[in-house]
Design a protein around this ligand. Structure first.
Ligand SMILES: Nc1ncnc2c1ncn2[C@@H]1O[C@H](COP(=O)(O)OP(=O)(O)O)[C@@H](O)[C@H]1O
Ligand SMILES: [Mg+2]
Length: 271
C-alpha cells in the first residue's frame, strides 16, 4: 500500500479538515419526470457522512440507491432538499461548477470496469490526469502510486484482456484514485466477481480506508460484502429504513486465506 510518508501527509491533511462533516444531505427528494408519469425515486433522505467513514448502502432493487449515489457524486441534483459537500451547497451550483467539484472530490467505481481495451493498466489509470491537465511526469508518478495502492504495480504494462476480473476492477479503483479524491463512490463494485475476488476487492477498499483515510460509500445488495463496512444504511422505497454503525467489522484479509481460489490461476497462465 502507500508509503509511511504518504500516509502521514494524508493523515495531516485529514486532521485539519476532520471537524466538519464531509457530506450533509437534508430532506432530499428526487423525482424523474417521464412526461406521463413521475417516478419519486428519493422521498426525503437525510444523512451525514464524516471523513474516513466506510458506509455500505443496501436495499432492494429500485429502492433509490443509484439515484442517491448519483446525487452524492454530483452527477445529478436533487429535485428538492439540500446537499452540502465540504460545506458547499451543491444544489445551488451550475453544471460546470458541479463538474469541477466532482473532478476534484470524487472517484467513481462501477460494476463494469469500463477500461479502455487497447490501453495498458497504467495508461487507464493515468486518464483522469490527462483530463485534469497534469504534465506527463506527475501523471505517471501518481498513476504508479495509485496502482501500488491497489496492489497492481507489477501489472502496470498489462492490457485489460491480460488481467482477471478482480485485477481489472483494481485498475478501475486505481483510476478513481488518480485525482486524489476525498470520497470514493462504488456502485455494486463486486457485482460481476466471484465471492473470493469480491472479498479481495473489499480488502483493497478496507486498506485504502484505513491507510489513507479515504471516505468510501459503497452500494451492494450482498450482506457478505456489506459486513466489511463500518456503517450500514438500508434504503427502502426511496427512504432510509435503517442506519447502523458496525463496531468491529471483520478484516477481509483475515477471511481470504480460508476462501478457495477459482479461475485466477488460469488467467495468470495466459500471459
Ligand atoms: N433516469 C431515470 N429515469 C426514470 N426513472 C429512473 C431513472 N433512474 C432510476 N429511475 C427509477 O427510480 C427508482 C430508483 O431507481 P435506482 O436509484 O436505480 O434504484 P436502485 O439503485 O436501488 O436499484 C426506480 O423506480 C427506477 O426505475
Ligand atoms: Mg442501482
Amino acid at each position: 500500500m502507500s508509503t509511511g510518508v504518504e500516509q502521514q501527509a494524508a493523515a495531516a491533511q485529514l486532521g485539519r479538515e476532520s471537524d466538519q462533516k464531509l457530506i450533509r444531505i437534508e430532506g432530499v427528494h428526487k423525482t424523474y419526470d417521464l412526461g406521463e408519469v413521475q417516478v419519486h425515486a428519493l422521498r426525503g433522505i437525510s444523512i451525514e457522512i464524516a471523513r474516513q467513514e466506510f458506509v455500505a448502502i443496501m436495499g432492494a432493487s429500485g429502492s433509490g440507491k443509484s439515484t442517491f449515489m448519483n446525487i452524492v457524486g454530483c452527477l445529478d441534483k436533487p429535485t428538492r432538499g439540500a446537499y452540502y459537500l465540504n460545506s458547499i451547497n451543491v444544489a445551488g451550483l451550475s453544471k460546470v461548477e458541479l463538474a469541477h467539484i466532482r473532478n476534484r472530490n470524487i472517484g467513481f467505481v462501477f460494476q463494469g470496469f469500463n477500461l479502455l481495451p487497447r490501453t495498458t493498466a497504467l495508461e487507464n489509470v493515468e486518464l483522469p490526469g490527462i483530463y485534469a491537465g497534469m504534465d506527463v511526469e506527475q501523471r505517471q508518478e501518481q498513476a504508479l502510486t495509485a496502482l501500488h495502492q491497489v496492489g497492481l504495480a507489477d501489472r502496470a504494462h498489462h492490457f485489460p484482456s491480460q488481467l482477471s476480473g478482480g485485477q481489472q476492477q483494481r485498475v478501475a479503483i486505481g483510476r478513481a484514485l488518480m485525482n486524489r479524491p476525498s470520497i470514493l463512490l462504488a456502485d455494486e463494485p463486486t457485482g460481476n466477481l466471484d465471492s473470493r475476488t469480491a472479498v479481495e476487492i473489499m480488502d483493497v477498499l478496507q486498506r485504502l480506508n484505513d491507510d489513507t483515510g479515504l471516505t468510501i460509500v459503497l452500494v451492494t445488495h450482498e450482506p457478505d460484502i456489506a459486513c466489511f463496512a463500518k456503517r450500514q444504511v438500508i434504503f427502502g422505497d426511496g427512504k432510509i429504513r435503517k442506519d447502523e454503525r458496525v463496531a468491529h467489522p471483520p478484516r477481509a484479509a483475515d477471511i481470504l486465506p480460508a476462501m478457495p481460489v477459482i479461475g485466477e490461476d488460469e488467467d495468470e497462465e495466459d500471459k
